[in-house]
Design a binder for this molecule. Structure first.
Ligand code: HEC
Length: 100
């Protein structure tokens, strides 16, 4: 009986939704790839080291901010498909990491 209760409690722990951040690559492949894979509408292409070296000089905080508010033809927050700020930040980190 005790064992059964314990396993129910453990089971509940696992199905309780825990706020967790999505992996940057996952988010990239859901949203960002659409433009950044091919340099669509003038976006800096993923893996373009020269381009991303220039972008990094702006400082990471400005890159996060521009991704949140949208810059050039990049869409702003509402196009995020439910991803949080942290998820989007992870995607920025992933994109930048590929351009190093
Ligand atoms: C609809 C096309 C589009 C999508 C989708 C898109 N971007 Fe962009 N992104 C752009 C364009 C265009 C620029 C270049 C804007 C500029 O140079 O002013 C850009 C620039 C950037 C920059 C550099 C900003 C700067 O200040 O230099 C970052 C970082 C970035 N995108 C990250 C992302 C991430 C992360 C996602 C996914 C969450 C994403 N983008 C989705 C089009 C897009």
């Amino acid at each position: 009986m005790l064992l059964k209760s314990v396993s129910i409690i453990v089971g509940l722990l696992f199905i309780t939704p825990i706020a967790h951040a999505e992996d940057g690559k996952f988010v990239y492949n859901k949203i960002c790839y659409y433009c950044h894979d091919d340099g669509l509408v003038g976006s800096p292409m993923i893996g373009d080291t020269a381009e991303w070296a220039k972008r990094r000089q702006k400082g990471i905080d400005l890159l996060y901010l521009n991704t949140f508010v949208g810059t050039g033809h990049m869409m702003e927050r509402q196009a995020r498909q439910g991803f949080t700020d942290i998820d989007i930040k992870n995607a920025v980190d992933y994109l930048i990491e590929q351009g190093k």
